[in-house]
Design a protein around this ligand. Structure first.
Ligand SMILES: *[C@@H]1O[C@H](CO)[C@@H](O)[C@H](O)[C@H]1NC(C)=O
Ligand SMILES: *[C@@H]1O[C@H](CO)[C@@H](O)[C@H](O)[C@H]1NC(C)=O
Ligand SMILES: *[C@@H]1O[C@H](CO)[C@@H](O)[C@H](O)[C@H]1NC(C)=O
Ligand SMILES: *[C@@H]1O[C@H](CO)[C@@H](O)[C@H](O)[C@H]1NC(C)=O
Ligand SMILES: *[C@@H]1O[C@H](CO)[C@@H](O)[C@H](O)[C@H]1NC(C)=O
Ligand SMILES: *[C@@H]1O[C@H](CO)[C@@H](O)[C@H](O)[C@H]1NC(C)=O
Length: 420
């Protein structure tokens, strides 16, 4: 009996260990000045319906090629046998696309990346359905194909069937040329999906045997290089030994990488990952300034910054004591970072504290350093807004779980990285 009990226990343990898939993710390493103006423009185009860019769109597109926004990317495979693609895991959009074999020689972004070849996949069918998606950073168009999509390595078992629709892109904005990833895997909800294509996760989540929890979660190694002081998660990619910057888990959360409890916030809508946060406060010595009360927040792995309504961001910047350069950058002295107050975001009753070392972006410039806040003002009118956007400055610090099954987002203190 005892042996049998032990056997069952081991079996249960094996099942538990196998209950979710770990997908290594990397992050872009910033080498150049972060173009906040372009990033804000990209967010406006992404989130404000019928937004008309006031400035020359081309300037921004060109400038966007010079910077890399927060990018969590990792491998998927498509087809049989599987063709590898490195894709951006983007919770702020809802479509999968990869460059397509046979794209015209004018599509440099396609030529410089891996291309999906439907002809060499025994499970692929090409449809006549057109596809076009506009990202803040540029447009992508092509045709819809159907095939098997797997997370992680081929044979991981975390695969869709061959009816999974995705876009085979034959025309990409040049903005995508310099991107380190081949395509984008949208992880938002169907209501914002172009052509009503469902997300590959939906099929995987529907299989309760391999996927008991319809959840995906991100963990980033916040101090991969063993640095201390003004180092920011989004600067980190792989270390010199090629270790990955973090992981995304599919079908569960990874207890190695967070500390209980997870603060779960129910979704306010199923378009973006839209939750309601309780408050944002600036807390420091003898200082407790409410910057906003209860308000929506969108959790977006596809952006670096934290943004909020202008009223809120102005209050925030004032209480931090940053200098507004009138160009959308809020500047602080790099030598005085440890004198700046903490910023606390309260979610489902739990406080998430950002220290100045988390929210200040340090940029190397002309041999010197400049320090700007990782906050920006973005106003979105009702009914879609107003909301905050929690980008990588926040997600990069805290373990973040997206629970599709229970329609909620959870945050927890992360652990298991160097310096944590
Ligand atoms: C784009 O970059 C160029 C050169 O760095 C700069 O002169 C121009 O003002 C930038 N445009 C915008 C819209 O930021
Ligand atoms: C992605 O797949 C390629 C090709 O097999 C491999 O070289 C690379 O290390 C993988 N990257 C990650 C993050 O797993
Ligand atoms: C795929 O096969 C079709 C039909 O044979 C052909 O017309 C097309 O050019 C092929 N595409 C590629 C990218 O090889
Ligand atoms: C997508 O689905 C919605 C609701 O199910 C429908 O109203 C809409 O016409 C569909 N759009 C397309 C492009 O199929
Ligand atoms: C800011 O938060 C950090 C980490 O939670 C804490 O150690 C520090 O004392 C806080 N600073 C202030 C001024 O409250
Ligand atoms: C934060 O912004 C919201 C939406 O604009 C506004 O209603 C609220 O009063 C602001 N809070 C503060 C403290 O400025």
């Amino acid at each position: 009996m005892a042996w049998r009990g032990l056997f069952v226990t081991i079996l249960v343990l094996i099942v538990l260990i196998d209950a979710f898939e770990r997908i290594p993710v990397n992050k872009i390493k910033h080498t150049k000045k972060y173009n906040k103006k372009a990033a804000v423009e990209k967010l406006k185009q992404r989130y404000i319906k019928n937004y008309k860019p006031k400035i020359n769109q081309k300037d921004y597109s060109e400038n966007l090629t010079n910077y890399e926004d927060a990018q969590y990317y990792g491998n998927i495979t498509i087809g049989t046998p599987g063709q590898y693609f490195s894709v951006l895991f983007d919770t702020g959009s809802s479509n999968l696309w990869v460059p397509c074999k046979g794209c015209p020689f004018t599509d440099f972004a396609c030529l410089f990346h891996k291309q999906f070849n439907c002809n060499t996949s025994s499970t692929c069918t090409m449809t006549n359905q057109d596809f076009e998606i506009q990202y803040g950073s540029g447009a992508v168009s092509g045709s819809v194909a159907n095939d098997v999509v797997c997370f992680g390595n081929t044979g991981s078992g975390y695969c869709t069937d061959k009816t999974q629709g995705f876009a085979c892109a034959t025309d990409e904005d040049p903005v995508f040329m310099n991107m380190v990833f081949d395509g984008i895997l949208g992880m938002g909800w169907d209501s914002i999906s172009v052509d009503n294509l469902t997300q590959p996760m939906d099929q995987i989540f529907a299989n309760k045997a391999t996927c008991p929890q319809a959840v995906f979660a991100f963990w980033l190694n916040t101090d991969l290089n063993g640095n201390t002081g003004a180092v920011f998660a989004f600067w980190l990619n792989t270390d010199l030994n090629g270790n990955t910057g973090g992981e995304m888990t599919l079908c569960g959360t990874d207890p190695n990488h967070y500390v209980e409890p997870i603060a779960w916030a129910p979704l306010a809508a199923t378009d973006y990952w839209r939750i309601t946060i309780d408050a944002v406060h600036v807390k420091g010595k003898n200082l407790d300034v409410p910057v906003s009360g209860s308000i929506w927040a969108i959790v977006d792995t596809g952006t670096t910054l934290i943004t909020g309504p202008t009223t809120n961001i102005t209050a925030l910047v004032d209480s931090i004591g940053a200098f507004d350069d009138g160009q959308g950058d809020y500047i602080v002295s790099c030598t005085g970072l440890h004198f700046l107050p903490n910023v606390t975001v309260t979610i489902s009753g739990q406080d998430f504290v950002l220290t100045p070392f988390d929210y200040v972006l340090v940029e190397e410039q002309n041999g010197g350093k400049s320090c700007v806040l990782g906050f920006a003002a973005v106003d979105v009118d009702p009914p879609n807004g107003p909301f905050w956007i929690l980008g990588d400055v926040f997600i990069g610090k805290f373990y973040t779980a997206f629970d599709r099954g229970n329609k909620r987002v959870g945050f927890a203190q992360s652990k298991g990285g160097k310096g944590q």
